[in-house]
Design a protein around this ligand. Sequence first.
Ligand code: G
Ligand code: MN
Length: 395
Amino acid sequence: MNYQISEPSIGPVSSRVLLVDDDARILAATQRILQNSGSRVDACSSGAAALTLLRTQTFDVMVSDVQMPGMTGLGLLRAVRDHDLELPVILVTGAPGVKGAADAIEYGAFRYLIKPVTGALLTEAVARATAVARVARSRREFIDEFGSGNFRVADRAGADAVLDRAIASLWMAYQPIVHASNFSLFAFEALLRVEEPLLPHPGAVLAAAERAVRVHDVGRAVRASVVESARQAPEGLPLFVNLHPADLLDETLYDPRNPFTALAPRLVLEITERASLDHVPQLGTKIDALRALGFRIALDDLGAGYSGLTSFAQLEPEFVKLDMSLIRDIDQNPTKQKVVASMVGLCRDLGKRIVAEGIERREERDALVALGCDLLQGYLFGRPARPFPNTLPQE
Ligand code: G
Ligand code: MN
C-alpha cells in the first residue's frame, strides 16, 4: 500500500502526537524525527500506557507500532475507538499482511505504513492526519451545537462503540392507549429510548443498527427491557411492542423458554407498514407461529405508506394503528376524514380494532371518536414516560 501517490505535500503542521512503540530505540528515533518537524510528542512503550495518557490529554494523532507484546496496535486502535471516534491513528507494521491491512481499515486506521518508514513519509502522514482531525473536531463541535441527528460514524469500530453505548443505556418509555368511549386506560405502547447523544432518537438507533447489521442486538435488548419493566406494569393491561421486520428472522422470538415469549398472551407485536415485508421468507408461517405462542399482531403506521393494504392482508392483524399523518388536523380535513372512515368500516367488517395514534388536540380526538375509532393514543392522553404513569391527565 503506498499512500504517497499523487498526494501533494501540505507543509509543516504543529501537531500533538501520541507515539507508541515497544522498541525503545525506534521510539526515541521516531520521536526525534517528529519533534524536528515541529510536533509535540508524548512517547509510550505500550498500548496500556497510551490509553492512560488518552484519558487525560488530547492529541491530534496517534502513531503506533502494530506488533507489540500485550496489546497490539490493532487492539489499541479498537480500545481507542471505544471512547474517541475521531482520533486519527497511524499504524506502522514490520510484518505487513492482507489480514492486518484489512483489519486496520475496518477499524478505521488513518494510515497503515510499512517499515522502514522514512522521516519524510511519517511527517507527511502526521501533518495530513492532523489536518483531518481538526476538520473532524470542528465538524463535531458544529454538530454538538446544532444538534444534527445525522452524524455518521466513519468506521466500524466507532459505529460498534456507539451502538454498544446506546444498547447499554437503553430503556423503554411507555405511552398510554385509551378507550375512545370513556378515555380509560386500555394498554401501553413500549417505546425505545437510549441515552446516547450521537443517536438522539429511536430512528437513529435503528438506522445505526441496520448499518452495523446488528438489528437483532437492539431487538433483544428491547425485549429484555420490556420483560424487566413489565413487572411494574398494571396487571392485565396489554403491552404493545414494536418489532423491526428483521426481528421476525430472530429465532429467540419463537423460543418459548425466552422470558419475552413467555409473556406473549399480554403482548401485541407492532409491525410497521413503512417497510416492505416481502423480503421476510415464509412470513405467513412466522406470523402463525407467533400467534400460536399467544402474541397478537398490530399493523403499525397504516396510511404512512408503501405497502399499505398488502401488509394488512399478509398479517391479518388484530389491531390496526393509523399513522399520525392521517390524524394531524383531521378535524379540518375532509379527505383524511373519508380515509379514516373507510378504514374504520373495513376494520369493523373484519373484526379488527383500530387505534388512532399521535392525537395532540381535543378537536382531533373528537373527530376520531365521531368517525368510530375505538382506541386512542397521543400526547393529549399522555406522553411516553418512564414506567408506569398510573394516572392520565384529566380531560
Ligand atoms: O412508529 P410508531 O407509531 O411506533 O412511533 C411512535 C412515535 O410517535 C414515538 O416515538 C412517540 O414518541 C411518538 N408520539 C406518540 N404520540 C405522539 C403525538 O401525539 N404526537 C407526536 N408528534 N408524536 C407522538
Ligand atoms: Mn408503534
